[in-house]
Design a protein around this ligand. Structure first.
Ligand code: MF3
Ligand code: CO
Length: 254
């Protein structure tokens, strides 16, 4: 039986740190470029330029045949939305940008959701954004050497449940660093098994996808775009963390 987790060498971690830091900068620049009136294709093109201007390569492009530079998911789209020339971003939308950067044989992966518009954020959307990000931070705070993957899941789940948000079950966080997706899974809900023990050198992506309605989702005919079944908006925040001997580091903070 193979190991169900990856411990990265210090040489790999050096490279992963750089890719993750580039990812964080790209994520902020891309999220800061979102404007009402542009199409999601425009945003995807801008994202490609930002990532390549740093010397990186968009990590999602061609991954399992994915056709975009990044994933752009608007309102009831949960994750994996593809930039489209006919999809205009509008005032009042929430837009999730999920960004992957490959550089020097390592990869970073990070996401955030932003509200588009000048006026005050509608309270329900503000709650969705705040609590989803808070659930990510709770997951990060629960991650430490000697604990288990399930500690992270439990912390995310607790915040989501308290806020009465639907937790997407079909998509989960994951190991990462050299390949975009490495073992183990990092679910946003608890399961019977506690998962691997957290050890120094593990790199994990924690990425709660929370819905203002039920947890139920479906995949569109394009084979990628995940939407909520009830049409309620969804938010997605993702950070990449490194477990070390003396604490947990977030590799995708700006
Ligand atoms: N952050 C997303 C994930 O971990 C990225 C999806 S990449 C895609 O699954 F290429 F599959 F879209
Ligand atoms: Co991810």
């Amino acid at each position: 039986m193979g190991r169900n987790y990856v411990i990265h060498t210090s040489e790999e971690i050096k490279r992963i740190r750089v890719a993750a830091s580039m990812t964080a900068q790209a994520r902020e620049q891309i999220a800061g470029s979102v404007r009402a009136g542009m199409t999601t294709y425009d945003l995807d093109q801008i994202a490609g330029e930002i990532i390549r201007s740093m010397g990186g390569v968009p990590a999602f492009l061609n991954y399992c045949g994915y056709p975009g530079n990044i994933c752009i998911s608007v309102n009831d789209e949960v994750v994996h939305g593809i930039g489209s020339r006919s999809r205009f971003i509008m005032e009042g939308d929430i837009v999730s940008v999920d960004v992957g950067v490959s550089f020097n044989g390592a990869v970073g992966d990070s996401a955030k959701s932003v509200y588009v518009g000048k006026g005050p954020v509608p309270p329900e959307l503000q709650k969705l954004l705040t609590e989803t990000e808070r659930s990510l931070e709770a997951g990060i705070a629960a991650a430490h050497k000697g604990g288990y993957v399930r500690d992270i899941s439990a912390a995310v789940e607790k915040v989501a449940n308290a806020a009465k948000l639907g937790i997407v079950r079909e998509y989960v966080g994951h190991g990462s660093g050299i390949k975009l997706h490495e073992p183990p899974d990092v679910p946003n809900f608890t399961m019977l098994r506690k998962g691997p023990e957290l050890q120094a050198g593990m790199v994990l992506c924690i990425e709660p996808m929370l819905n203002l309605g039920t947890h139920k989702v479906y995949v569109e005919p394009d084979g990628w775009t995940v939407r909520t079944k009830d049409g309620a908006p969804s938010a997605h925040f993702e950070h990449m963390i490194l477990i070390t001997e003396n604490g947990t580091e977030v590799l995708t903070r700006v």
